[in-house]
Design a protein around this ligand. Structure first.
Ligand code: AMP
Length: 221
């Protein structure tokens, strides 16, 4: 049975970092919709790619149909059979409903939902100082003094949507569009909350325990 995890939480909560680590350690497919869109923005400038990039640069959400098609395609591929960790999806209730349908189609294990909670002031501080690699897009080590990427050695830059005005818009969009998704999942027995304001190692430790516990609880039901 697959281990299927979605990592919810506002921008800057550290969900991408934790999703990447957990997926690596457990041999699961990590799917970050933000990474997929940033990669697509570097490719051929189709009208759809241009429209998506413009929305991202303003801190707005890309439309549900596009996002659902991207995620559906990835989740139904054979390399997602062992399970997946989703980072950045679902961000709207319509996306969450579509994901339930995709899960029925996959018929491969429960959906474990983790909400990484971090106070808003701390998020704004983290996003202002976040740097990513200009070449491979990896997040820089938040505790390292490095000015180059630890993976490929290329220079680090600020993400286009991490400038202050856009950050505020993204936090607003999260509160408006994505908080209802938490309500959509909250009553499920596989829903867990982790305190993301702690040190990354502590978050990792608690998260691993929660995911294993939720998976075991789902099997017992
Ligand atoms: P992220 O890297 O997850 O912070 O995503 C960066 C940007 O990509 C977001 O601000 C949105 O513009 C877009 N995006 C990523 N995932 C989604 C999604 N599931 N639905 C709509 N837009 C998304």
């Amino acid at each position: 049975m697959g281990l299927n995890v979605i990592m919810m939480g506002p921008p800057g909560a550290g969900k991408g970092t934790q999703a990447g680590r957990f997926a690596r350690e457990r041999g699961l497919l990590k799917i970050s919709t933000g990474d997929i869109l940033r990669e697509a923005a570097k490719g051929p400038q189709t009208p759809a790619a241009r429209a998506a990039k413009a929305r991202m640069d303003r801190g707005e959400l890309v439309d549900d149909d596009t996002m659902i098609a991207i995620v559906r395609d990835r989740l139904l591929r054979p390399d997602a059979r062992q399970g997946f960790v989703l980072d950045g999806f679902p961000r709207t209730v319509a996306q969450a409903e579509a994901l339930d349908e995709i899960m029925k189609e996959r018929a491969n294990g429960p959906l474990i939902v983790i909400d990484v909670e971090v106070p808003e002031l701390e998020l704004a501080r983290r996003l202002a100082s976040r740097r990513i690699c200009s070449s491979c897009g990896a997040n820089a080590d938040p505790f390292g003094p490095s000015i180059t990427c630890r993976k490929c050695g290329q220079p680090l830059v600020q993400r286009a949507d991490d400038i202050q005005d856009v950050v505020l818009e993204r936090l607003k969009v999260y509160a408006r569009a994505t908080t209802p998704v938490l309500e959509f999942y909250r009553q499920r027995p596989t829903f867990r909350i982790v305190n993301g304001a702690q040190a990354p190692e502590q978050v990792a430790h608690e998260l691993d325990g929660m995911i294993d516990d939720a998976a075991a609880a789902a099997v017992r039901r």
